[in-house]
Design a protein around this ligand. Structure first.
Ligand code: ADP
Ligand code: MG
Length: 245
């Protein structure tokens, strides 16, 4: 593994909000082509880490490297242009815009041509499996799973090298989670994109990732293959609040 240069390196990143230490000296290294899980109880700092990587927040300490380039504190659109895309934990409903237009806004990162953006958007919608009859619908007319797929298509339309998924399966039925899971596998296989999955739904993240990081109260407490992490006493304690004897 160490022979390949990482696509992403988070080095000793800390971030606080007032008295809350959201991230405390977090270091993460991701190899090109990996699907990596990032789990942890509510409030453990998962979204904050994504926000630091994508330039929404600037870390108080530490550096973030994308293909060895220091991207710490760059503006979100600059980081997006370099090739990092993310989906949002909270669905951000788009109004007065069709599904196709919403996805095309992602493609406009790469082209000034509306027609080209539409073509890229169509390919992205086909890839994530949003049926054609949905493309003309407004944000108010689609379901939660459709919102998640459209947000995913918008992220794909920016042609990312690294894709960050923030609780994309949360709130969905098991059958819908299955559907998303195969869509993610397909995107990974067809686009060769590196993916970090933040997820609360354990089964979902465990089945997709070969390697998992665990955050607890802003600190990394474990890293390794899913089976190993799931049986780690510190992880069990963090999730269940039970101290191992
Ligand atoms: P997770 O995504 O793991 O549930 P978050 O990264 O959203 O956790 O939050 C980590 C901690 O940082 C929480 O205590 C949360 O309340 C706090 N936090 C996150 N964003 C902000 C913010 N913009 N302002 C104040 N506190 C924040
Ligand atoms: Mg979160």
């Amino acid at each position: 593994m160490s022979s390949v240069k990482p696509i992403l390196e988070v080095r000793n990143v800390s971030k606080r909000f007032g008295g809350v230490v959201a991230l405390d000296d977090v270091s993460v290294s991701i190899q090109p082509g990996e699907i990596v899980g990032l789990i942890g109880p509510n409030g453990s700092g998962k979204t904050t880490l994504f926000n630091c990587i994508t330039g929404v927040y600037k870390p108080d300490k530490g550096r973030i490297y994308f293909y060895n380039k220091d991207i710490t504190g760059l503006q979100p659109h600059v980081i997006a242009k370099l090739g990092i895309a993310r989906t949002w934990q909270k669905v951000r409903p788009f109004r007065n815009m069709s599904v196709l237009e919403a996805v095309a806004t992602g493609a406009l990162l790469r082209t000034n041509s509306i027609n080209t953006a539409r073509e890229i958007a169509i390919k992205s919608l086909e890839l994530v499996g949003v049926p054609r009859e949905t493309w003309g619908k407004l944000g108010s007319e689609i379901t939660l799973v459709e919102h998640k797929l459209v947000d995913l298509a918008r992220a794909i339309a920016t042609e990312p090298k690294l894709l960050l998924l923030d609780e994309i399966a949360a709130g969905l039925r098991p059958s819908e989670q299955e559907r998303l899971s195969s869509v993610i596998k397909k995107i990974h296989a067809e686009k060769g994109v590196t993916i970090i999955i933040v997820e609360h739904v354990m089964r979902f993240v465990m089945s997709l990732s070969k390697r998992i990081y665990v955050l607890h109260e802003g600190r990394l407490i474990a890293e390794g293959p899913p089976e190993e992490v799931a049986s780690n006493p510190r992880v069990i304690e963090a999730y269940l609040g039970i101290k191992p004897v």
